[in-house]
Design a protein. Structure first.
Length: 81
């Protein structure tokens, strides 16, 4: 089967072939990276020690911290704002 006009040139066919293969590789690598990111997110997070955990807070500091936390609200996407 021959293609009409400009499409019968082997360079054009090679160009379309290279573009098709590169697009398929790009999609495959993107999907692979996406599944790897999801796998990492499902893994439990390691607890990070913070120096303030061992320093007792004064009642005034605890009250101020409670006021800040009370003002935080979770948005529709689950993000704090």
């Amino acid at each position: 089967m021959t293609l009409p006009g400009q499409f019968s040139d082997p360079r054009v066919l090679t160009l379309f072939g290279v573009l098709a293969v590169s697009a398929a590789v790009w999609v495959a690598l993107g999907l692979r990276a996406r599944t790897q990111r999801r796998g990492r997110l499902l893994a439990p997070l390691d607890r990070v020690w913070h120096p303030q955990e061992t320093i007792p807070l004064t009642p005034a500091e605890e009250r101020a911290f409670g006021q800040v936390v009370a003002r935080l609200s979770v948005g529709a996407a689950g993000r704090i704002h």
